[in-house]
Design a protein around this ligand. Structure first.
Ligand code: SF4
Length: 69
């Protein structure tokens, strides 16, 4: 049986979702991380350990200076 796709628990609140909806960021980020609950996401890992991470940090940990929330 095929595993059901799970969405990251932070998805509704995550700035990455917002940036994609605004057309400021490629959909690949939510496809490759958020919509499949990819725990390799650096934002996810920092969130889980209660560590600060800026809104403009991508799931791979890269900072996008041109993105503002
Ligand atoms: S960017 Fe990371 S923390 Fe945010 S919704 Fe996507 S997978 Fe979750």
């Amino acid at each position: 049986m095929k595993a059901k796709k799970k969405v990251c628990k932070w998805y509704q609140l995550c700035p990455i979702k917002y940036f994609v909806e605004q057309g400021k960021l490629d959909r690949k980020w939510i496809n490759e991380y958020c919509l499949i609950d990819n725990k390799k996401c650096i934002r996810y890992q920092l969130e889980e350990s209660g560590k600060y991470h800026p809104c403009n940090m991508l799931p791979n940990g890269e900072i996008m200076e041109e993105l503002d929330y």
